[in-house]
Structures are given as C-alpha cells and as structure tokens.
Design a binder for this molecule. Structure first.
Ligand SMILES: Cc1ncc(COP(=O)(O)O)c(C=O)c1O
Length: 395
C-alpha cells in the first residue's frame, strides 16, 4: 500500500498576469465553473453547446456552420486544423518568422504533409509578395499564417490579401489567432479565411483547455472528400461533428466546466461589444507602449504591425532580463516573460489580454517595471514612463 500524500488545500497566489497568457479570469467566469455539472448530452448541456456556437460565430465574425470548441488547448486547435485539411503527401506552406509558425510546420509534418516555408525575419510580418511567390513555386494546398505571433509581438497584416493569393491557387488558408482573437480586429468571413482557431486562456480570459475553431463550408468539404482517414481519431472533424452538429451523438465527454467558463467569457465580450473590446485592448496596450517608450525601453516592433495583445519590450543594455522578470514577480506579483528563440535575451514579452487589459493594470505594470529596471541598473526614467501612461489613459 502506498501512503496517501500530504497536500494542502489549493490557495494560489494573487497574480497580475501580463505575460503571453493565461490572462486573469474575471470572477463572473470563475463563478460559472462552480455551477453544477450535467451530463454531456443533457438537454441543458446541448443548449450550452448551442449558445457556445453562436457566441463563437460572433467572436470569429463568421456564419460558418462548422464552428465548435476543440477539447484541448490552442495547440489542439492547430492540430485539428492541419490534421483534417492535409492528406499525406500534400504540401503546406507555413511561416518561419516565429515560434508558433514553426510549430504549425511540426504539426503538419505529423499529418504526413510536405512542409515548405515562407520566410521573414523574427520580428517582422510576412510580405504578401513573398507568400505569392512561394504559392506559385510550391503550389501548397494549405497555407498557414499566424495572426498574432506571441514569440515576437508581431501582427500579420493583409490577411485578406493573403487569402486571395491562396484562393487564386485553389488552396486553403488557416489562421492562428490564439494570441489575437478578441484583442484585435478579425473578420473570418469578410477576409475569406478557411479555418481559424484560437485559445480560451488569452484574450477570451477563460481558463485554458478549450480551443474555439471554425471551418468554412469549403474547408469542411475538403475534409469530407479525404481518401485517408484523419490520423487522429479524437480530432477528426467528421467524428467531432457528430457531437457538435445536428446529430448530437456521443463522441467524447465535453469538458463541461471549462465550456461553462468559455460561454461566460464570451457573454462578457458580447455584452461589452466586440468592437469596444478591440478598442479597449488597443487603448490599454497603447498606454503601456507609451509608458515603456517614454521611460527609455522601446518596443521591438514597428508601429505598422504592432500586436497590442503582446508587447515586445527591448531589454535595456546591461540588464539581466531574468533578474527583472523575477523581481517583477517577487516584488510586485506581476507575471511577464522573456523572449523565445531568436529573440531570447533581447525582449520582455508583456501581454495585454482580456481581463488583464485594464487601465489599472497598465498603470501598475508601468510603474513597477520602471522601478525594477532602474533597480537593475538600466538607464531609464521611470517617472516619465508613468506620466506617459497616465496621459494616454486620461485621453
Ligand atoms: C500564437 C499561438 N499559437 C498557438 C499557441 C498554443 O496554444 P496552447 O499553449 O494553448 O496550446 C500559443 C500559445 O501560447 C500561441 O500563442
């Protein structure tokens, strides 16, 4: 017999989550998770699923029928997109300008696809002209693009132009919006995107564990025409759709509490109005941006493709980024993180997502960050930073 381990009741510390996600969850959303469970095909749960689908169509700005929440985190959404759309031997074009674009390639390779890339340096978006050239030479059936690249803080502009390029070649465009949807303007139907997925724990501010996804009819038709079954049983759209579609048959047990939370989080977005939510992210992140720039720690991204939900702040000369991140957490309870891959050691990644994208968080962050940088020996002006943030918030 093994002895029962001794553990304490959960009492997590109170953090201000301003990293690349998760973001802070609103009490209303937390409360929804403490409501009673029902069975996965209970009439009540089916109604919850219906509400979820309508709310997801709203946040994606789509009329797509095939809209549902994958039971898994954002990566499960990514895997659902590529493993359904791609058959072995097909070519997929993915971006090389960030960590999550590269992950798309790794996921597509497991689906048996030939992976080719369209290149841009980390810290810059793809140029549609490069996408066009790559589509002409490689003839991919599927093209993946990351709308908000969390590793660099770059927003990919011209999604509609890229969709036209892909469609002119009879291909399908998949867009990752895990770190951008709801925090940035996005129009699935208007821009002509075939498959879009996101995560629950970033700008939606629900707990991690479910990944909203939407397939256009045209994309779903491609999946139905497959010659070989999808290699993942769990993520196969045709199976999952037996649960989320009209049939409502058992496929797997829906994660009820997480979906309750997602529903409540999206109700909050709907209540505020998605255009207002986009504006709030831009305004609060704009105050952070103004603050760090005024103190002397600018963003490592050009204004044209700044991603308000993830701000890449340059590490000032002579400063140990790890020490700053640790002090922010230990002294101020604020989570920020460092750079990844090609930008490791060069940037701090400061998130401004969902319920964390609030004016008081911007003030709290900029004031703590300035004092921590100064204490770590950076040549910065913390007071100028706070003044700039407060000015932008007051405008
Ligand atoms: C742009 C992007 N795509 C995909 C993912 C993967 O999501 P998850 O960690 O929820 O599986 C992330 C997570 O940070 C992300 O930022």
């Amino acid at each position: 017999m093994r002895d029962a381990p001794e553990t304490d009741e959960l009492l997590p510390p109170d953090r201000t989550l301003m990293g690349p996600g998760p973001s802070n969850v609103h009490p209303r959303v937390l409360r929804s998770m403490a409501t009673p469970l029902v069975g996965y095909l209970d009439d009540y749960y089916v109604e919850v699923m219906n509400d979820l689908q309508e709310l997801m169509r709203y946040v994606f700005q789509t009329d797509n029928e095939y809209t549902f929440a994958v039971s898994g985190t954002g990566t499960a959404g990514m895997e659902t997109a590529f493993s359904n759309l791609l058959e072995p031997g097909e070519t997929v074009l993915v971006p090389s300008n960030g960590y999550f674009g590269e992950r798309m390639g790794a996921v597509a390779e497991r689906a048996g696809a030939d992976v080719v890339s369209v290149d841009a340096p980390w810290g810059e978006p793809l140029d549609p002209a490069d996408v066009e050239r790559a589509v002409e030479t490689e003839d991919p059936s599927v093209v993946g693009v990351v709308h908000g690249e969390t590793s660099t803080g770059v927003k990919q502009p011209h999604i509609d132009t890229i969709a036209d390029i892909v469609h002119d070649n009879d291909g399908y465009l998949v867009v990752d919006t895990v770190a951008s949807l709801v925090g940035n303007e996005f129009h699935t139907d208007e821009w002509g995107v075939d498959v879009v997925y996101t995560g629950s724990q970033k700008c939606l501010s629900a707990p991690p564990g479910v990944a909203p996804i939407t397939f256009s009819d045209r994309a779903a038709e491609k999946v139905k025409r497959r010659e070989e079954p999808v290699r993942s049983w769990y993520l196969d759209l045709t199976g999952v759709w037996e649960y989320w579609g009209d049939e409502r048959n058992y496929h797997h047990t829906g994660p009820a509490s997480t979906n309750y939370a997602l529903r409540e989080a999206m109700r909050m977005v709907a209540g505020e109005g998605i255009e207002n939510v986009w504006d709030r992210h831009r305004r609060v992140a704009g105050a952070i941006k103004a603050g760090v720039e005024a103190m002397g720690a600018p963003l490592h991204v050009a204004e044209d493709y700044w991603l308000p939900t993830l701000n890449p702040v340059e590490v000032p000369d002579g400063v140990d980024d790890g020490a700053v991140i640790e002090r922010m957490m230990d002294d101020h309870g604020i989570e920020i993180v460092g750079g990844l891959g090609a930008l490791e050691g060069d940037i701090f990644r400061v998130g401004c997502m969902g319920n964390s994208a609030r004016p008081e968080n911007a003030m709290q962050f900029v004031s703590a960050f300035g004092s921590v940088l100064a204490a770590e020996g950076a040549d910065v002006d913390p007071e100028a930073g706070v003044a700039a943030t407060s000015r932008v918030l007051g405008e």
